[in-house]
Design a protein around this ligand. Structure first.
Ligand code: HT7
Ligand code: ZN
Length: 887
């Protein structure tokens, strides 16, 4: 397969300035006519015109109205004889939307037409220079049967509609903003819209529309509210206004990712759009708000300023994830709710990105090469990329960052640019800052893969009242990268006295005026090793390092139980308070796994957890996170020869002991956190539900293990009577995960109650795929569910709900000593690859960390990967993943 390298970038030989697209929509054979105005790029040497095209049937090619000779080379259409002056190119081709199961390009779903063009889907619609640095103004005419496809949408403004013969109709759209082809979109379907007119700060009127299938309209209120909040926030925080009269959002049930930011016509997976209290959980409401915001924010960070090439993907994705995270924190309002957002984001980063950075697919935030770009929509590009943007903000301050953003748009609006352009704008707007004086070193975050390890050792000298903090960074080799250079690591920190007082921080050499009373500050580590000496420190302090997770690194500070308990009790930084709870649990679980001895939770740990649970001032949402044990994937990352069954056994034991030892406290927590009144998906209510559902799961677990039937009975009752999906699903998972006797009848009841709601049935499958493993019952059930009449691999949400739940999110059910999980994985990857290579590629990634497994898992995993790799007609998507795994 063809390896694409970042260093091989060359600017396009031609520009496409305008495109007139005409679609005669028919599911079996859609006719596409494209008329383009082209112009040679004077800056680049001469050469033939090359257009990308895949799965197309070419009918004709005209230049300035005359037919021309052309040839095809692989997926390229090559025209050698092209005029030197500007010219018109007309292409006519057909494609077959109803056979397009890859969901890239133009496809049908639920009887309508939809498109997905990022990254390289436009070439599956018509021949084009399908690269993000070719930006054109689009005019789109659509013709389709009116009864079947009454709504015809494309980017920009509606110019014209008309009735045609034979029951067909027409709509013509024009988007005045030049855009790359990946932002093109078209929808033709039988949809209805929730509409809202808004007037923004700048006094402009806009129409917001959310289009969904008939019957789903009442599930769009939350998405609309989220969209309005996003418009308001971007204008207030970054002075970025909505630039379109009309902003449309459309839901579709067959979709490869969460959503897509097409200019003025965002297309959403229904799972990221539709919510009602009866069908969606608090987590769904939160996810919808953040994805709606994310896609809206792309309008500036991605659309107005786009990527020069796909290696720069994090330019738009890292920045936009950062923006949606900031938005969610601002929406959360209280400091504690903000901290909860940060904890959830970091938890996700550690569970997904840290393993990626240590595995066969490790790559820098700005990758150097790829075979299939779809494989690089990764946690590294998105989530580590967002952490890199967050570090800019930490280094130049919030106002400095806002200034940098303004300069970025001033310089680059309407352009396709690189991560260097972004870095330069932020640095230039902040001369003399901690960033601009280290810009080249800072940019190593884009180039070096792997998670830096930050080692910290403190030494207190009572005689001089100084505290010396020695920091050292270790950057372990990543694939193709050894001899890495030191990175710029902002370390936010505080020092606490042993009784929990925050100590004033003054560094040696500073005079009293320079922030001597601050109790928090940011040190910048930019060498392999550096020491910082704090003066006037009255007692040996407990360091609280990397507050708010100020850099995406692994911190090794050598703190023991006593110090962690101080932080858990007193740290003013809620993130580090939570971190202390996790480290206390992690130490115990790792101790058991490494020693091979059964885990026994000690009184000190249990008392600390009880104190958190009963704390009068801590928010319930925080308590729920602090009392949750670390993810098994994160625990596995701390080990070298991972036995997933041993990790699971230790976690399960910890869970059972926490359930038993705190039984009375869980009863209190359950009773005290019931929510009265109408459902609101806000941080206060959802925090209470999170804690009461955690308490219920502990109570059902404890009761099931001890043979008591009261709590399973109460859980069943709550499952039946719940007024919202969060509580209903919370009670159902408590029963299923504990393998309570009532679980099966609850599952059956849930299915029959919601059988007509695909998104809820996805939850039903997912719950069973993720159910705690017990003697192979979960694995056996998943295999059984493959035959369920509601199951299909063709719908990505459904495939994910069952298969990914097992392979990706249920290590104990998946990593079996008899290798049956790996055989299952290989079968499903191959079956999916024939339908949808992007989704198959994602599933293939499950094996990224196989070399870290202990025997017998490692050999069996290798064999399964080799079996997939041996298949001759694999997609590029899957081939790249399995070949990298075996390399
Ligand atoms: N920018 C969007 C990426 C996306 C995508 C990429 C590949 C294949 C299908 C896709 N659907 C959406 C989503 C986002 O980050 O906002
Ligand atoms: Zn995005």
């Amino acid at each position: 397969a063809n390896l694409i390298r970042r260093e091989d970038y060359v600017a396009p030989i031609f520009w496409i300035r305008t495109v007139d697209l005409c679609f005669d929509l028919d599911p079996a054979k859609t006719l596409v006519t494209s008329k383009m105005r082209l112009e040679r790029n004077a800056a680049v040497a001469h050469g033939p015109l090359r257009l990308h095209g895949e799965e197309l049937n070419l009918l004709r090619v005209l230049i300035d109205g005359e037919s021309v000779s052309f040839r095809t080379e692989g997926h390229e259409l090559v025209i050698d004889n092209v005029p030197d002056a500007d010219f018109t190119l007309e292409i006519r081709n057909t494609c077959c939307p109803e056979k397009n199961t890859s969901l890239s390009g133009l496809y049908t779903s639920g009887g309508g037409f939809f498109t997905q063009c990022e990254a390289e889907g436009f070439r599956r619609i018509t021949y084009f220079m399908d690269r993000p640095d070719v930006m054109a103004v689009y005019t789109v005419t659509m013709r389709a049967d009116k009864a079947r496809f009454p709504v015809l949408l494309s980017n920009g403004n509606l110019l014209e509609t008309a009735e045609l013969d034979n029951g067909r109709h027409l709509a013509k759209w024009h988007d005045p903003f030049p855009k790359p082809s990946y932002l093109f979109a078209l929808v033709a379907a039988d949809l209805v819209a929730r509409e809202q007119r808004i007037r923004t700060r700048s006094g402009k009127d806009h129409l917001l529309q959310v289009f969904v299938r008939r019957g789903d309209l009442e599930k769009t209120e939350h998405a609309m509210n989220s969209l309005i909040a996003s418009v308001v926030w971007d204008e207030a925080r970054f002075q970025l206004p909505l630039d379109l009269e009309r902003f449309m959002v459309v839901g579709v049930s067959d979709f490869n990712m969460g959503a897509m930011e097409n200019k003025g016509l965002n297309i959403f997976n229904t799972s990221a759009l539709l919510a009602s209290p009866a069908t969606a959980t608090d987590a769904d409401f939160q996810r919808i708000e953040s994805i709606v915001a994310h896609e809206y924010f792309h309008n500036w960070t991605g659309n107005r300023v786009t990527c020069r090439d796909w290696f720069q993907l994090s330019l738009k994705e890292g920045l936009t994830v950062f923006r949606d995270q900031e938005f969610s924190q601002d929406m959360a309002a209280t400091p504690s709710a903000r901290a909860v957002c940060r904890i959830q984001d970091v938890r996700g980063l550690r569970a997904r990105q840290f393993p990626e950075d240590a595995g066969s697919m490790a790559h820098p935030v700005r990758p150097d090469q790829y075979v299939e770009i779809n494989n690089f929509y990764t946690a590294t590009v998105y989530d580590k990329g967002a952490e890199v943007v967050r570090m800019y903000q930490t280094l130049v301050g919030r106002d400095g960052f806002a200034k940098g953003m303004s300069l970025y748009f001033e310089r680059h609006d309407g352009q396709a640019v690189t991560c260097d352009d972004f870095a330069q704008a932020i640095a230039d707007a902040n001369p003399g800052s901690a960033l601009s004086t280290r810009l080249d070193a800072f940019k190593r975050w884009y180039a070096q893969a792997g998670t830096p390890r930050l080692q910290a050792r403190g030494h207190y000298d009572a005689a001089t009242q100084t505290y010396t903090l020695a920091l050292q960074q270790v950057n372990p080799p990543a694939p193709g990268q050894d001899g890495k250079l030191p990175q710029v690591i902002p370390v936010a920190l505080g020092l606490l006295s042993p009784d929990g007082q925050a100590l004033p921080l003054m560094l040696q050499g500073e005079d009293g005026a320079a922030g001597a009373t601050d109790t928090e500050r940011v040190l910048v580590l930019d060498q392999a090793e550096q020491s910082f000496v704090f003066v006037n420190v009255p007692v040996a302090p407990v360091p609280s390092l990397l507050r708010g997770f100020s850099a995406p690194v692994v911190l090794e500070d050598g703190l023991g139980d006593a110090e962690l308990l101080v932080l858990l009790k007193h740290d003013s930084d809620a993130f580090n308070r939570w971190e202390a709870s996790q480290r206390l649990a992690l130490a115990r679980i790792l101790g058991a796994v490494r020693s091979g001895k059964p885990l026994t939770l000690d009184a000190a740990y249990l008392d600390a957890m009880r104190a958190v649970l009963r704390h009068p001032a801590l928010e319930p949402a925080f308590k729920a996170l602090a009392l949750q044990l670390p993810d098994e994937a994160y625990i596995a990352e701390q080990l070298s020869d991972v036995d997933p069954q041993a990790v699971h056994a230790a976690v399960a034991a910890a869970q059972e002991q926490l359930a038993a030892a705190l039984q009375a406290d869980w009863v209190w927590a359950y009773d005290a956190h019931q929510v009265a009144g109408g459902y609101q998906p806000d941080p206060v209510q959802s925090g209470r539900r999170a804690l009461s559902n955690l308490a219920l799961s502990m109570l059902v677990l404890q009761a099931t293990r001890s043979g008591d039937t009261v709590w399973p009975g109460r859980a069943y009752q709550r499952f039946k009577d719940a007024g919202n999906m969060t509580d209903r699903l919370g009670a159902l998972s408590a029963l299923v995960n504990a393998h309570a006797e009532l679980a099966d009848s609850a599952l059956a009841r849930f299915h029959s109650q919601f059988k007509h709601d695909a998104l809820v049935i996805d939850k039903w499958f997912a719950l069973q795929g993720r159910a705690a493993e017990q003697e192979g019952r979960t694995f056996a059930r998943v295999k059984q569910l493959l035959k369920h009449p509601d199951f299909t691999l063709k719908n990505p949400n459904r495939a994910r709900s069952l298969i990914f739940s097992l392979c990706m999110f249920n290590p104990a059910a998946f990593h079996r000593r008899d290798a049956a999980g790996y055989v299952f994985w290989a079968e499903q990857v191959l079956a999916l690859d024939a339908i949808n290579p992007q989704v198959a590629g994602r599933l293939a990634r499950v094996m990224d960390r196989w070399t870290a497994l202990a025997q017998p898992y490692r050999s069996a995993a290798r064999e399964a990967i080799a079996r997939v790799a041996a298949k001759p007609d694999l997609s590029n998507d899957v081939r790249e993943i399995v070949e990298r795994a075996l390399a």
